[in-house]
Design a protein. Sequence first.
Length: 161
Amino acid sequence: MEFMEGRTSPDNYFEDFRVGQMIAHARGKTVTEMDNVLLTNLVMNTADGHFNEHRMQQQQRGIAGFNTRIVYGGISFSMVIGLAAQDTGEHVLEERGMDKIRLRAPVHHGDTLYAYTEVLETADAEIPDAGIIRFKHFGINQDDKLVYEGERTVLMSRRPK
């Protein structure tokens, strides 16, 4: 599969995206304990799998087969979308939906996530100065393991005339 490098440039309006296009976003993000603990506390997800290192280590194979805490999936998902947003979000007028979200592998403190995007669909919108784009975002860790995939539909500005 051939990827184009991240587009951190003025070329990220509706007409700059083509169906089938693949984007390797420029930045990565190492997940810290603060990312998991602070944000997971804020959304009141208190599952042992995210917070109780002792219990995870005491399990024969841990909870769900892991013997160390795992990062809350919402954190992994948000980081991947955030990393992709540098190229796919600057001219978004409206987030129309996020679906088909799949957390494919666990993320642990210290893992580094990278984002990739495929353009699945483009269409005219109900307003003339914007179009609709459906992206598929992928999160890959430092070991090239797929940890996240999901689709995102946006209303994006067309290039000003």
